[in-house]
Design a protein around this ligand. Structure first.
Ligand code: NOJ
Length: 530
């Protein structure tokens, strides 16, 4: 790579601010709390942190409903607290990425309040308003991602407005240049403060069909599927004009040196990679969520890595995500032992890895009692297992009664396992998943081949996934056993000769490897070839 940017080699760490660390004792995490724990990120070795939204919000969707794009919610602190976080992070060499929720605002945002006031309002067209269908009822069949229709009737002004998510999250109208200009100013506001980039939310929804055509029925839809999948989002997602919006945002990002634009997109690879832009003038990194739902099978994983690598445009930098605030925790999806193998996969693949807070200690999905459910998605669409609270529970720092998260009552239940499963315990344990993460990240930092080298597939049979990473003379073999039985790997004569530099079990450093390699159950190893 001729001129790599900082993010080509970076490991990104996602903080869900409500759940990371509570600095003021109200049971909800905050910016002061994050400042108190920046050294955890330094210890882990990550390069950048991304904060889920911290802006003023009624918190209907826990911050993804923004009521003011240029301030901090008092629950999280003040702008001065945020500036202090930026300074403290930068002092430690950590970059800071913010969430950009540009598809929709809160219905409490002054823009929407003005828009809603009357059909003649100057900001009416900042949101998406339509007359009722000729016979009455919503203008078309579009559905909300959070269940039910995507149109809400506003009796006072006699029209419907569109909401891709909650009714209190009205969609902004990106066809209106004033909206684009206002959002560009929001981006500049934070970049001028020193923020290092954005993770743009809900990118595939940013613009919808101009003719408001009905979405077609989804023939594969079955009872029990998420209700919004009853139709195919042909006219509501991944519209061609989305690329123009992204290019506009990217221009603003590029007004400032070294800033990063990531985007959240749930799309198959062929559609996802279009968001790099025709001349790489789109997102630097369209999030790759394939691992979030991939069956944990060697052939399947190898296949998806190959398809992704092949689909990438020339010069487009890959990235991988193993967990986030919308999906079940990896440790519960694949089991505690495999979570270490998964960490090794994430941190040895080519491209930027994103690590979700708590996954570095193998936090599990927590079962939420019905009376403590907070996620609006679960409350709207109960019983289908779609709830997101279980992956958003407080960070488990230590074995104390509140896990070192708060002095108050945690906003979501703490994992009952926190007395054993916590940062403090794992720090002292050479074989812990926390130690493994630290060592993997350090290895990646020490060896450019692991960060930016080529990916070369080797084997994917049974439970065995094998690949190489290579740059110039540096070559590594990564061998992962995805199963609970030991496996023996036989290499072709002379193919592999080197030294084992890391095992998920933490105890094989320096072992010489030639021609064959024995992997224990649920073991992954990295071998440096000589
Ligand atoms: C995607 C975010 O990750 C999710 O948490 C949120 O509910 C929706 N977008 C709506 O903003």
């Amino acid at each position: 790579m001729a001129d790599p940017a900082w993010w080509h080699r970076a490991v990104l760490y996602q903080i869900y601010p409500r759940s990371f660390r509570d600095g003021d004792g109200d049971g909800v995490g905050d910016i002061r709390g994050i400042c108190q724990r920046l050294d955890h990120l330094v210890e882990l070795g990550v390069d950048a942190l991304w904060l889920s939204p911290v802006f003023p919000s009624p918190m209907d969707d826990f911050g993804y409903d923004v009521a003011d794009y240029c301030d901090i919610d008092p629950m999280f602190g003040t702008l001065a607290d945020f500036d202090a976080l930026l300074t403290d992070a930068h002092k430690r060499g950590l970059k800071v990425i913010l969430d950009l929720v540009a598809n929709h605002s809160s219905d409490r945002h002054p823009w929407f309040q003005e828009s809603r006031a009357a059909q003649s309002s100057a900001k009416r067209d900042w949101y998406i308003w339509r007359d009722p269908a000729p016979g009455g009822g919503p203008p078309n069949n579009w559905l909300s991602e959070f269940g039910g229709g995507a149109w809400e009737f506003d009796a006072a002004s006699g029209q419907y407005y569109l909401h891709t998510f909650l009714a209190s999250q009205p969609d902004l109208n990106w066809r209106n240049p004033e909206v684009a200009a206002a959002m560009h100013e929001v981006v500049r506001f934070w970049l001028k403060r020193g923020v290092d980039g954005f993770r743009a939310d809900a990118v595939r929804h940013l613009i919808k069909d101009e003719a408001f055509r009905d979405n077609p029925a989804n023939p594969a839809y079955r009872d029990g599927d998420p209700p919004d999948t009853a139709v195919l989002p042909l006219y509501t997602a991944d519209r061609p004009e989305a690329h123009d919006i992204i290019a506009g945002l990217r221009d603003v990002i590029d007004e400032f040196p070294d800033r990063l634009l990531i985007g959240e997109l749930n799309l198959p690879f062929d559609k996802l990679v279009a968001y790099y832009g025709r001349d790489l003038d789109g997102l630097h990194l369209p999030f790759n969520f394939a691992l979030l739902s991939a069956p944990w099978k060697a052939r399947h994983l190898a296949g998806l890595i190959d398809r992704y690598e092949t689909a990438l445009p020339k010069g487009g930098w890959p990235n991988w995500v193993l967990g986030n605030h919308d999906k079940p925790r990896i440790a519960s999806r694949v089991g505690d032992a495999q979570a270490k193998v998964a960490a090794m996969l994430l941190l040895t693949l080519r491209g930027m890895p994103t690590l979700y807070y708590g996954d570095e200690i193998g936090m599990r999905q927590i079962k939420i009692p019905p009376d403590r459910v907070r996620d609006p998605y679960e409350l709207n669409v109960p019983g289908l297992g779609l709830g997101r609270d279980g992956c958003r529970t407080p960070m488990q720092w230590d074995a104390s009664s509140k896990a070192g998260f708060t002095k108050g009552k945690p906003w979501l239940p703490l994992g009952e396992d926190h007395r054993q499963l916590n940062v403090e315990n794992q720090r002292a344990d050479r074989t812990s998943i926390f130690t493994l993460h630290k060592r993997l990240i350090a290895l990646r930092r020490a060896h450019p081949a692991l960060a930016v080298g080529d990916y070369r597939p080797m084997t994917a049979t049974g439970d065995l996934l094998l690949f190489q990473r290579a740059l110039d003379r540096e070559r590594f073999v990564v061998a992962l056993n995805l199963g609970a039985e030991p496996v023996e790997v036989d290499f072709a004569k002379g193919e592999v000769s080197g030294r084992l530099v890391l095992s998920t079990h933490g105890d094989r450093d320096g072992e010489v490897v030639t021609d064959a390699l024995a992997l224990r159950d649920n073991e992954g190893v990295v071998v440096e070839l000589s």
